[in-house]
Design a binder for this molecule. Sequence first.
Ligand code: C2E
Ligand code: MG
Ligand code: MG
Ligand code: MG
Length: 288
Amino acid sequence: EAKAQGRNRVMGFAWSMKERFHRIHEIERGLRSAIAEGQMELHFQPIFDVKSGRIHICEGLLRWNHPALGAVSPAEFIPIAESIGMIEPLTQWVLRQACFAAVQWPEEIRVAINISPASLRFGELPRAVIETLMESGLSARRLELEVTESIFLHDDGQTHQMLRALQQIGLRLVLDDFGTGYSSLSYLRSYRFDGIKIDRSFMRCITESKEDQAIVSAVGHLAEALGMEIVAEGIETAEQLQYARDAHIHNVQGFLMSMAQPRPVIDAMIARRMTIGDAMASELRQAR
Ligand code: C2E
Ligand code: MG
Ligand code: MG
Ligand code: MG
């Protein structure tokens, strides 16, 4: 019996590997035509200024509705797009969508997009950014590029140079998911980010964990001292929001206020000048 089970396990494993392989293949194939077929959408998640309560930045997040697989998460397809050299057209498409959306919003609202490390090693990015800013009419200071700490790994200087070139255009560079990867305080000194986003893993247990409270508050002070704007990601409860306030975090993002929304919804939120308070009140209404 143990032997039969062992065989089943092996077969089960083999089968799921086969399934997994099939799925990756489907995603690879689908990615090549997803933009042309209109399957991609850029949604926007608002980031609120804690003091004024108003929307300060909107982060573009890719959504892919695959005809057979349904919704595929960017956490799954972005690494695959990188591996087959499809990240460039995706990044450029996202950049366009973001700039053409943001130029319709009030001046004080910025737009952020995520840039994968592969795009930073590819020399075309600054030119693409300049062209898209010119075509859309968006001013550079209203655009933020979010990069993760993985860019520090194996940076032979090329990424650093690329980031400088991008900053010279006048846009803002933000370090995403801070604290989870290869952070070192010396990177904060030499790369000169305009902002950091403290990873949501530090917010998850903040109401119970003295350690997380200490870390968030220290990072808040560090950001302030270095002149960087700070965002707390993954705010899901009113208690977490209060801790962020107490730690002098400038900006908050999370499901408590809003998930990423399609363009018409985010446009409406901006038009009615939605605040943190409004967002929480409507959450409560929905929960009842
Ligand atoms: P990220 O840049 O750190 O984006 C934040 C992720 O956390 C998003 O997931 C967002 O929906 C989710 N999130 C926001 N608030 C909360 C919250 O309160 N609780 C929880 N549990 N989650 C929250 P999403 O959209 O699935 O994106 C996952 C990752 O995929 C992003 O992480 C980013 O690294 C990558 N990604 C998304 N769009 C793009 C893109 O256009 N280009 C590139 N290169 N990467 C992208
Ligand atoms: Mg991000
Ligand atoms: Mg993040
Ligand atoms: Mg993340």
